[in-house]
Design a protein around this ligand. Structure first.
Ligand code: THU
Length: 164
């Protein structure tokens, strides 16, 4: 019989934005603000990301689409790559992600795609510090995930590239 193993993680669920700390609430609001400037004419699905650094500064981004669909980029990576290109020594504390499609009301919380999880994990491992992930809306439920690693179990890591 093979050995069975389980990977699980805990996350927090908040009924509404008033239950977040003022910094967390502000970060989520900034993600919602920046999604309004998303360039998403093809999917009409606007996403915003706001990254908070340990020094309290905030960097935002939104999804940027392209007529050649795969050439577009998610909000999370737009914000993340911009930040890390400008401030390679930045230490990230948390990221808030919000979505607001143009044609319908979201009925559930969206969470980052696999590629964004992978990109975020790179910096989480490099910084040796968990990045909190805040998902949801100022008008509804919010969840807080303690780290990117918990969203990407059994991930591909640098150590695995090295000869042992
Ligand atoms: N998108 C993001 O920006 N972030 C996510 O976490 C998921 C998806 C974007 C990509 C595309 O522009 C649109 O949402 C629809 O997939």
């Amino acid at each position: 019989m093979p050995l069975k193993k389980t990977i699980d993680f805990s996350y927090e669920v908040f009924e509404n934005i008033s239950q977040l700390s003022s910094e967390e609430a502000e970060l989520l609001r900034k993600a919602e603000e920046i999604l309004l400037k998303a360039y998403a004419p093809y999917s009409r699905f606007r996403v915003g990301a706001a990254i908070r650094l340990t020094d309290g500064s905030v960097v935002t981004g939104n999804n940027q689409e392209n007529i050649a669909y795969p050439s577009g980029l998610c909000a999370e990576r737009v914000a993340l790559f911009h930040l890390m290109s400008q401030r390679p020594d930045a230490i990230i504390e948390s990221i808030a992600i919000a979505a607001n499609p143009l044609d319908f009301e979201l009925s559930h919380i969206i969470s980052p795609c696999g590629s964004c999880r992978q990109a975020l994990l790179e910096y989480e491992l490099r910084m040796e510090r968990p990045i909190q992930v805040i998902l949801g809306s100022s008008k509804g439920e919010i969840i807080k995930v303690p780290s990117v690693r918990s969203l990407l179990p059994l991930s591909f890591e640098e150590a695995k590239l090295k000869k042992s």
